[in-house]
Design a protein around this ligand. Structure first.
Ligand code: MLT
Length: 239
């Protein structure tokens, strides 16, 4: 069984998919997805394209849907929510489907959505992802960072390292990025918030007054929930 880390969708091998793809966008899409499902959302349906989100969500009963849109860190006009996990409380999301489009995270999901198993992970639900993989033992696992517009993101790689470290006793290292991600996690695991504050997207979010989001996203293993793809782009909770 082999484990690979790819920092961005663009760096992953073209025209192939693994047995299990773990999409990571710690700041903030995959943290938001885990939080929404944990708070009782029926499902999260992800779109890279905002227009498509608007079209598909319009066919859903209005009292059972929420539109969440983010570009450049900010909420998209015409959506109910942006991409803050802190907005995903039971009073807001319970029993609703969250139709979401974000700058990078939902694009990464689209890249691997043909994989046999697709899940999303962040630090908040890292243990749930590890537990599932160790139980199901898929042959090839990709930990896929979402990055920022094709570039590297510290927060996604540190989370990949946190997951990889827990899988390595059972999995072989598939590429050098696995070792690098674990080294990054080892160095920062006791001070993840400080790392996020220095990262480029962390800086962007601080500029948008989202300091509380950074603090929330920097927590490890606080949610025992795993978003798993049931249909292309649709994530449902696995507990
Ligand atoms: C993304 O998909 O790029 C992020 O989740 C952006 C954000 O922090 O809202």
């Amino acid at each position: 069984m082999k484990l690979f880390v790819y920092h961005t969708p663009e760096l992953s091998p073209k025209e192939s998919c693994p047995d299990c793809a773990v999409v990571i966008d710690v700041l903030r899409a995959t943290t938001t997805i885990a939080t929404a499902l944990n708070a009782g959302a029926e499902a999260v349906q992800a779109f890279s394209d905002l227009e498509q989100l608007m079209q598909v969500s319009a066919e859903w009963p209005s009292q059972l849907r929420l539109k969440a849109g983010e570009r450049g860190g900010a909420k998209v006009a015409g959506c109910d929510l942006g991409n803050s996990p802190l907005d995903c409380v039971p009073d807001v999301v319970k029993d609703k489907r969250l139709f979401i489009s974000t700058t990078n995270g939902t694009r990464a999901l689209e890249r691997v959505r043909e994989s046999k198993i697709v899940m999303t992970a962040a630090l908040v639900n890292r243990r749930a992802a590890v537990k599932y993989i160790l139980k199901k033992e898929p042959g090839t696992v990709w930990l896929l960072g979402s990055g920022w517009e094709g570039g590297y993101s510290l927060e996604d790689t540190v989370c990949a390292g946190a997951i990889a470290q827990a899988l390595l006793p059972q999995y072989q290292v598939g590429n050098d990025e696995v070792i690098a991600a674990i080294a990054l996690y080892d160095q920062w695991k006791d001070n993840l918030l400080h790392l996020f504050e220095q990262s480029s997207h962390g800086q962007r979010l601080l500029g948008l007054n989202a300091k509380a989001d950074l603090a929330y996203c920097a927590q490890t293993d606080i949610l025992d929930i795993l978003p798993i793809q049931s249909d292309p782009g649709v994530l449902v909770p696995f507990r």
